[in-house]
Design a protein around this ligand. Structure first.
Ligand code: GTP
Ligand code: SPV
Ligand code: MN
Length: 615
């Protein structure tokens, strides 16, 4: 790592920035200097992404009390971080899209005019890094130089963010070297908003009560203030790879999506397929990305678990990459029985945030093991026993782990220009209405299904868990422009791809019986659904057309060895026209808030759906 410069006190900020800079690109140097002049850090470090840098940062953070080293025999190279109790999830009500025109942000985003927001932020960022080090973190989303890849730089005063960025992105000198005079790259600035006065003792998790997660799509900038957590602080992730990239994609003819990415190989024929799936936060992407089939005939390999960038290739097909290099996954519910691949991936080199600590110095969370330890230190650092009556790990506690540790990682993750996409799934948590699986009747119908997706809220966002909300394409909190224009962009992509477009299916692992239990076993058994999906696109099964799409005909879904009561199977595919018509009513209200920006084709899809339901 570039060592922190210590210059004479009278040295200028420009000297501080330039004295150990690892680039001579003027745009980068000027921007870093401007931000440093505003935020007044005590030192500036240009990160190179090396192992030595990792070792130095982690030891500094252990010293400072921000990281707790885990037992080296049980979890080598791993650390636990406990956040401030008020800084545990993305803050959607403090997230802003600052496009020139309010209408371009659309009704689902908070909006401020760019100049107005810059002025509002100014006093917060002024001197916000005093007493701290500013890290310059260059990163590539996707392989450096790949056809779908993009470059960015994050300036941050959080070493926790630096460590996470090193896992989550291809961070370091190669990325910085990719930025040349006049090239396109995304500028992101992050401050925890907790300057230190001379001699002031730091806290374990510095952050501010005031938070701003702001995006400037016209100038490809992100400014984030006050939070150290996940999507608020690792700006490569939701801020860049979804909100800013979705706008870049609209302008340049590609898509930035909240999707996992999988490779499926038919073991009998050797033929392979690629599938992506958009599910809202904490609705099963990481789990499906690491699927272990419970039926023979398929090899499933992981490419990505949260974000996919999709771009038409030279042959007219849609190509996809996972722009990330690690997983920032939900810990609770991850265990040997639900997601053994994740458990293996987490053997070491992992940063855990807000999970519980065992007496042996290892981690624990609800659902990790069937047996609950007698004693733990909970996510807030307090003694915990099974009688405590509160979760030991925060429901949105997470692990950050390098993707290369995944035993099921597909070679395709390394593909410079991405993989051809065959299938797209849309899903959410729906206790009712939505069947286990249904193929869309056309690309346009698929876009309608994506646009009208709903899901029950989870702990990944602040607010009440369980409440049903519309979450189009699982992008509600992540689309950087007007959602209705985004639907139009999807329709256009379909027109461009024509017959070569991936096929769209809707899935729902979360349908419940009248008694409130999940009807479908989920997890590895989701392979049964994927098996039908692939056999459907391969033309091996016919399906049965319903009002909401094509579902498996009697006997087509492989249920071998599954103890699923016939009544549950019926209920999983039950389509109640009255209930769907009521939902169509709500869809009309939902569309209304976007006014005349809703593509006419989607209104038409709503009418034909109503027609099919009434037939
Ligand atoms: P983000 O990282 O927030 O975007 O979440 P994600 O979509 O990757 O969700 P993840 O796979 O981490 O799953 C979230 C929760 O859903 C975990 O508690 C899982 O155990 C649970 N879950 C995942 N798949 C299934 C399933 O097939 N059935 C049921 N019932 N639960 C599931
Ligand atoms: C999500 O909430 O969808 C996540 C976690 O994947 S975060 O990085 O915080 O956005
Ligand atoms: Mn996510």
């Amino acid at each position: 790592m570039g060592s922190a410069t210590t210059l004479a006190p009278e040295a200028t900020i420009a000297e501080l920035v330039r004295s150990n800079a690892t680039t001579d690109v003027a745009e980068v140097l000027t921007w870093v200097t401007e931000v440093a002049e505003l935020t007044r850090p005590e030192a500036v470090v240009w990160c190179d992404g090396s192992q030595e840098e990792w070792a130095q940062l982690t030891s500094e953070m252990v010293e400072a009390g921000t990281l707790l080293p885990l037992n080296k025999d049980l979890r080598p190279g791993s650390f636990l971080a406990r956040s401030h109790p008020g800084d545990v999830a993305r803050v959607e009500d403090r997230t802003f899209i600052c496009s020139e025109n309010e209408a371009d942000a659309g009704p689902t985003n908070n909006w401020r005019a760019p100049a107005e927001m810059k002025a509002e932020l100014q006093p917060f960022f002024a001197g916000s890094m005093r007493g701290r080090t500013m890290y310059v973190v260059p990163f590539s989303m996707g392989p450096v130089g790949g056809a779908i890849s993009q470059l960015g730089v994050q300036l941050t005063d959080s070493p926790y963010a630096v460590l996470n960025m090193r896992i989550m992105t291809r961070m370091g000198q190669d990325a910085l070297d990719g930025i040349t005079a006049g090239s396109e790259w995304v500028r992101t600035v992050h401050s925890v908003g907790a300057p230190l006065e001379p001699g002031q003792q730091d806290v374990e998790w510095p952050c501010s009560d005031t938070k701003y997660i702001t995006h400037f799509p016209d100038t490809l900038e992100v400014w984030s203030f006050g939070s150290g957590y996940g999507g608020n602080a690792l700006l490569s992730k939701k801020c860049f790879a979804l909100r800013i990239a979705s706008v870049m994609g609209r302008n340049e003819g590609w898509l930035a999506e909240h999707m996992l990415l999988l490779k499926l190989t038919d073991t009998a024929t050797g033929k392979d397929y690629h599938l992506s799936a958009a599910f809202p936060s904490a609705c099963g992407k990481t789990n499906l990305a690491m699927l272990q089939p419970t039926i023979p005939g398929w090899k499933v390999e992981t490419i990505g678990d949260d974000i996919a960038w999709l771009r038409p290739g030279k042959d007219g097909r849609m190509y996809a990459i996972n722009p990330e290099a690690g997983f920032f996954g939900v810990a609770p519910g991850t265990g040997a029985s639900t997601n053994p691949v994740a458990m293996e991936t987490l053997w070491g080199n992992t940063i855990f945030t807000n999970v519980a600590l065992t007496d042996q110095g290892d981690v624990w969370w609800e659902g990790m093991t069937d047996e609950v330890p007698d004693h733990l230190i909970d996510w807030q650092g307090n003694d915990w026993t099974p009688e405590s009556g509160r979760p030991a790990a925060h429901p949105n506690s997470r692990f950050t782990v390098p993707i290369q540790q995944t035993p099921t990682l597909a070679d395709d993750w390394y593909e410079q220009d991405g993989v051809p996409l065959d299938v797209i799934l849309f899903g959410g948590r729906r206790a009712t209405n939505v069947p286990l699986v249904a193929q869309s009747l056309s690309w346009e119908h698929g876009v309608f299904v994506g646009a009208t997706m709903g899901s029950e809220k989870t702990a990944a966002q602040e607010g009440s868990v369980g409440e049903l909300r519309r979450d189009p394409f699982a992008m509600l909190p992540f689309c950087g422009y007007n959602m209705a224009d985004y639907w139009g962009h999807w329709l256009e992509m379909g027109e461009k791809l024509g017959e070569k477009a991936p096929k769209i299916f809707q899935v729902n692992w979360f349908r419940k019986g009248a008694d409130g239990r999940f009807l479908w076993p989920g997890f590895g058994d989701n392979s049964r659904v994927i098996d039908w999906v692939i056999r459907r696109i391969a033309g091996e099964v016919e399906g049965r057309e319903t009002a909401v799409g094509t579902v498996p005909a009697e006997g087509e879904l492989n249920l071998d060895g599954l103890d699923l009561p016939a009544a549950d199977l019926d209920e999983l595919f039950a389509i109640d026209p009255a209930s769907w018509l009521a939902e169509a009513e709500l869809t009309e209200e939902f569309f209304a808030q976007f006014g005349d920006r809703v593509p006419a084709r989607l209104h038409q899809e709503l009418e034909t759906l109503r027609g099919r339901l009434s037939a």
